[in-house]
Design a protein around this ligand. Structure first.
Ligand code: C5P
Length: 193
């Protein structure tokens, strides 16, 4: 079985940065699974049909990073049939050699429970709001409200709620530099190899 690193956690916790760095360091493929939900959310129409018909081009739309796309994603991500429609693609990606890093909300718990390494990346609400507001050039107070709403929806839904796997290594990046967070994650992967 190829090597799989599953990385979950709330928005702007640093999981994407860590996922990209691990993939680059170990030469693994990387999938930001949030893009699947964002692309489904912004496509419009029936979300289950949108998820089933997702095309590679849909994942490179320039508007996927917006806060609106994040909110749309989190609304359609609560629908079990939408999630089911996206499982195959994620499983096929996780089977790629020599290894894959997938980041999202349910990778360690639902998509790849057999992953050799599971990380759960967190940071305080305030730190996350400031980070994301800087990226999107908007007001941190508004961002805080949006992130909290999205986290609540993601963690309280019945279908694959956001939570750490029992055997996940938790990394709190609130007071860490990017380099330190990446080094901690790389050490966790090294340990499992
Ligand atoms: O990670 P990102 O912020 O791009 O994810 C957008 C939304 O997609 C999340 O708020 C969540 O509702 C949904 N999502 C999910 N499961 C994943 C990845 C993302 O439900 N594995």
């Amino acid at each position: 079985m190829p090597f799989v690193v599953a990385i979950d956690g709330p928005a702007a916790s640093g999981k994407g940065t860590i996922a990209r760095a691990i993939a680059a360091h170990f030469g693994f493929h990387h999938l930001d699974t949030g893009l699947l939900y964002r692309a489904t959310g912004v496509k419009g129409g029936d979300p289950v049909t949108a998820a089933r018909g997702l095309m590679p081009d849909d994942l490179s739309r320039p508007d996927l990073r917006s806060a609106e796309a994040g909110q749309a994603a989190s609304r359609i991500a609560a629908i079990a049939d939408v999630r089911a429609a996206l499982v195959d693609f994620q499983h096929r990606f996780a089977a790629r050699n020599p290894g894959a890093v997938l980041d999202g909300r349910d990778i360690g718990t639902v998509i790849c429970p057999q992953a050799q390494v599971k990380l759960y990346v967190v940071a305080s609400d305030e730190v996350r709001a400031v980070r994301r507001a800087r990226e999107l050039n908007c007001d941190p107070a508004d961002m805080l409200v949006q992130l909290q709403e999205r986290d609540r929806r993601d963690s309280e839904r019945a279908a694959a709620p956001m939570r750490p796997a029992d055997d996940a290594v938790v990394i709190d990046t609130s007071d860490m530099s990017i380099d330190d967070a990446v080094a901690t994650a790389i050490a966790a992967v090294d340990k499992a190899r």
